[in-house]
Design a protein around this ligand. Structure first.
Ligand SMILES: [Zn+2]
Ligand SMILES: [Zn+2]
Length: 366
């Protein structure tokens, strides 16, 4: 059997201003190493980062750029030294990280997402040879097995995809902040990631407070299982909920609307406020030291392999249903999904499907 050395994907070409019209391009795969896995892609979630990177919000990227880092597919090739138990034909997932040194103290303590040699799934050069990673709106992806996750059988593909970046990113701080029975946990921003935050925090046993600017998402939050709803446009919410929560995760894609004079007041002393938001480049966090009085603020990124596996099993075991809209992958649908993501017109996440229809012909020839 021969294996493709080139992959095909939908890429932003020439200029970020073309981001809503990605074109099909063929590009070389990275070198195949002894612990690499080739995956034929079957579905891919649409993450906020895809939008930020495609439209240039996070700065200029090397083009052509294939985004997508919530990849589900099947294993079609395994390197000679693979030893995580994967088999040909297995359904697997890849999130937003494809490499790290796997040797430093961080990598050795389930913190590989904080390794200085972290490589993101698309748009970043590998340290070994400078090959720039390309993402999952494509026929295939080639990834070191450490970053390839087994997908529990009970999980539907369309539900599993958004967990690989969005779900993992909110699960890690929930877990590290002790989310569980007896804990009161706030989720700020009820969108793609926030909706997964509510579902996961409930499944972990916490009492969940959904926090949003207006009341527009109150019904959805209740349906998702939130026990309480706080609308920050209401007068006096910070007094009503003073000293209530053990931890909060900020899930919105901007920090502009967060009032750091009020939000921390609803935390208990030593409560934790974790942001997972990566806003546009021009935004930064400016705080007076007294605004930090009595609480901890931190920024979290992605999740370790161990956390990803734990989360996928939690979702499968509890039969958690994400709110996902599927779209067959195509130039038109990528543009449409991006526009609707930008305007918040999705409840709450997209997964692209039908990869065979777009890439079948290419795969048959390669
Ligand atoms: Zn993402
Ligand atoms: Zn490392």
């Amino acid at each position: 059997m021969s294996y493709p050395e080139n992959f095909q994907g939908f890429a932003v070409v020439e200029d970020h201003k073309n981001w809503l019209k990605p074109e099909k391009v063929v590009y070389p795969a990275k070198n195949f190493n002894s612990r690499d896995v080739d995956i034929e892609i079957e579905a891919c979630g649409v993450c906020g980062s895809d939008v930020h990177c495609a439209n240039g919000n996070w700065g200029n990227m090397k083009l052509p750029l294939v985004v997508g880092h919530e990849i589900i597919g099947k294993v079609v090739r395994l390197g000679d030294e693979c030893d995580t138990g994967l088999k040909l034909g297995d359904r697997v997932g890849v999130g937003a990280q494809v490499s790290s040194c796997l040797d430093c103290s961080r990598c050795s303590s389930d913190n590989e997402q904080y390794c200085p040699k972290f490589v993101t799934t698309y748009s970043q050069p590998y340290f070994e040879d400078g090959y720039v990673s390309q993402g999952g709106y494509a026929s295939h992806v080639r990834v070191h097995e450490h970053f390839v996750l087994p997908i529990p059988e009970a999980l539907e593909t369309k539900n599993a995809a958004p967990l690989l970046c969005g779900g993992a990113t909110v699960f890690s701080p929930l877990k590290r902040n002790g989310c569980g029975p007896g804990q009161k946990v706030g989720i700020v921003g009820i969108g793609g990631i926030g909706h997964m935050g509510i579902l996961l925090a409930k499944a972990m046993g916490a009492e969940v407070y959904a926090i949003s600017r207006s009341h527009a998402k109150e019904e959805a939050a209740t349906e998702l299982g939130a026990d309480h709803y706080i609308a920050t446009e209401d007068e006096g919410w910070e007094t009503k909920y003073f000293d209530t929560l053990d931890s909060i995760v900020l899930c919105g894609n901007s920090l502009t609307g967060i009032d750091f004079n009020k939000l921390p007041k609803i935390l208990k002393v030593n409560g934790k406020l974790t942001s997972i938001s990566v806003p546009a480049q021009h935004e930064s966090l400016k705080l007076h030291p007294m605004q930090l009085l009595g609480y901890n603020i931190t920024q979290s990124a992605l999740a370790s392999r161990a956390e990803l596996i734990e989360m996928l099993n939690l979702v499968a075991d509890n039969n958690i249903k994400l709110w996902v809209e599927t779209l067959p992958i195509s130039q038109e649908n990528i543009g449409q999904a991006f526009e609707r993501m930008e305007s918040g017109d999705v409840r709450f996440r997209f997964t692209f499907t039908d990869f065979d229809k777009q890439f079948g012909e290419f795969k048959a020839k390669n």
